[in-house]
Design a protein around this ligand. Structure first.
Ligand code: IPD
Ligand code: CA
Ligand code: CA
Ligand code: CA
Length: 261
């Protein structure tokens, strides 16, 4: 669609500099927003490019940007939710698992999402009602039903952030039931992997809207379920997210709830 083309075009443009910056990590200016919360000149430049490209194509829309915060547009009903680099820690360590994440929210509903992993040239994209894709291939969440056969992705709270004790309880409960757990370091890609059926599920807490907005559209359009830990849809507000196929979502939710007490 025209909308997805705009989003994918912006992601590709911002990605060109990211790939260059990734090759010269020592040259980047890095500052700390918190104990383990880094932002580099690459994050800022990517965000600037995305903002300019999307503004050119859809002048009235507002923005919610990880680095730039909220930017109101003339059109109050539509805004872009953007993470210029999801997986900054990986990026700065020379680990190739990072991406650009762009979602469009219309009247409070997520209607389109693009997650682009430049080094693997993997363009995950989805629009509400039109399915999810990796490049030109249609995506479908995994069909696994048995927890003991599943691979589940998660995120561990960074140093200095709350939730370490709760995370250990969740981990203890889930690791005893599944084949394996992965911590890849990019929430947006974790959700894209669930959409692609590479992972059977993903959970995390303390997550921000720009980490998950695009990925939520991907998982839903690939036939999966995404909820918060109450089973509701307040993920963007309460920062809790659990994604899985329809067989595994309930059992995982139950495990997490019991573990958290
Ligand atoms: C982080 C990544 C990570 C998740 C963190 C996020 P950033 O985003 O998505 O996987 O565990 O909670 O903050 O800082 O690299 O954009
Ligand atoms: Ca960050
Ligand atoms: Ca992020
Ligand atoms: Ca980021």
């Amino acid at each position: 669609s025209a909308l997805l083309n705009v989003m994918m075009g912006a992601a590709r443009k911002a990605a060109r500099n990211l790939v260059r910056d990734y090759g010269e990590i020592e040259q980047l200016q890095v500052s700390k927003k918190g104990p383990a919360d880094f932002v580099s000149s690459a994050d800022l430049r990517a965000e600037k490019t995305l903002r300019a490209e999307l503004k050119k194509a859809r002048p009235g829309f507002g923005f919610l940007l990880e680095e730039g915060g909220e930017v109101a547009g003339d059109d109050k009903s539509q805004r872009w939710i953007i993470d210029p680099i999801d997986g900054t820690t990986n990026f700065l360590h020379g680990i190739p698992n990072f991406c650009i994440s762009i979602a469009l929210e219309r009247d409070g509903e997520l209607v389109a999402g693009v997650v682009y992993q430049p080094l693997g040239d993997e363009m995950f994209h989805a629009e509400k009602g039109a399915g999810a894709f990796l490049n030109e291939h249609r995506l479908r969440v995994s069909a696994r039903r048995k927890l003991e056969e599943t691979v589940i992705a998660t995120g561990i709270p960074f140093i200095g952030r709350p939730g370490h004790e709760t995370f250990l309880k969740e981990l203890g409960a889930v690791m005893g039931q599944v084949a394996g757990i992965r911590r890849f370091g990019s929430a947006a890609l974790d959700l894209a992997y669930v959409a692609a059926g590479r992972c059977d599920g993903y959970w995390e807490t303390g997550i921000k809207p720009w980490d998950i907005a695009a990925g939520i559209v991907l998982v839903k359009e690939a036939g999966g379920y995404v909820t918060d830990f109450q089973g509701g849809s307040k993920m963007l507000d309460n920062g809790e997210v659990l994604a899985a196929n329809d067989h595994l979502h309930q059992p995982l939710l139950k495990l997490l709830k019991t573990a958290r007490g």
